[in-house]
Write a protein that binds this ligand. Structure first.
Ligand SMILES: [Zn+2]
Length: 284
């Protein structure tokens, strides 16, 4: 499942190829994905020029010259492939659901095997009220995400820290794999009660500082590596990312802890229905 670093990789790839291009034709090859396609999607995009491609949490935001934004969530298996005019395939596959043809003859194909992805159309100025975006917390890589903010969000919370970090209202865009990695590198147990990370007083805690620091490190490393390869995710160029092999704790149940000062063995537990991998010895 594409997580924030993978979505960021896709964003960069799309931006590199599609900025300033105008969409000549939109071919919707079914009625929808996880949700029906928004009404008037084809008409809203045809003839529009792509000004900017942003990311918010795990959403791609493709911004057009008339102020309209196309929101795209990749779900479990969504991906974009780009073809220049002379390499457009003669036929598309049955999982190719949206085909955007540019003025220059180039084509962007949205493929989604399991169809958990979705698209939405946001009118000019409508981002604050959009149902997918309005409740999102802070971007983890923004300057706003710091230990002070994290402590505010966690104070008084009785849920385990793992669950809190997956809550998109606390911090936006963190998924299961990276939360496991972040907690491992912070030396914090996924079972620790959130309010004990923030402490009771208004003072910022060392644990919260460490968590914020490691969150940024883990995400930046993953983005630099081009995203991971869990599931059949591929970058826009069709290259598979290569961060998966460097996960230190995720998927390593029964293996020795990667922390050089620790003789622990990685455990797997289930929290809120998701697998958590952690070292019971050095994560406290
Ligand atoms: Zn350990």
């Amino acid at each position: 499942m594409p997580e924030l670093p993978e979505v960021e990789t896709v964003r960069k790839g799309l931006a590199k190829q599609l900025l300033s291009e105008t969409i000549a034709n939109v071919d919707l090859r079914r009625d929808g994905l996880r949700f029906p396609f928004p009404k008037g999607l084809k008409r809203a995009l045809e003839g529009r020029r792509i000004l900017k491609i942003d990311r918010r949490a795990k959403y791609l935001l493709i911004r057009f010259n008339d102020g309209t934004t196309l929101l795209s969530h990749l779900g479990m298996t969504g991906k974009f492939s780009l073809y220049s005019a002379d390499e457009v395939p003669r036929e598309f596959g049955k999982h190719d659901h949206v085909i955007l043809t540019m003025d220059n003859g180039g084509v962007a194909v949205y493929t989604d095997h399991r169809r958990f992805g979705y698209m939405d159309l946001i009118p000019s100025g409508g981002e604050q009220e959009n149902r997918h975006l309005r409740k999102l917390g802070c971007e983890p890589l923004s300057e706003d995400f710091d230990a002070k903010l994290l402590c505010e969000k966690l104070r008084g919370k009785k849920s385990p820290i793992k669950t809190a970090l997956l809550d998109q209202r606390v911090v936006a865009g963190l998924g299961n794999i990276y939360v496991c990695e972040i907690l491992f590198r912070s030396g914090i147990s996924p079972r620790r009660i959130s309010s004990t990370v923030s402490g009771k007083s208004m003072k910022v805690t060392k644990r919260a500082e460490r968590l914020v620091e490691e969150t940024k490190h883990v995400l930046v490393e993953a983005i630099q590596a081009g995203g991971s390869t869990i599931s059949d995710f591929a970058t826009v160029d069709g290259d598979m990312g290569y961060f998966a092999h460097s996960f230190q704790v995720y998927g390593r149940e029964g293996e020795m802890c990667h922390n050089p000062n620790c003789s622990g063995v990685i455990s797997r537990i289930s929290q809120s229905g998701r697998s958590t991998f952690f070292c019971p010895k050095c994560q406290r």
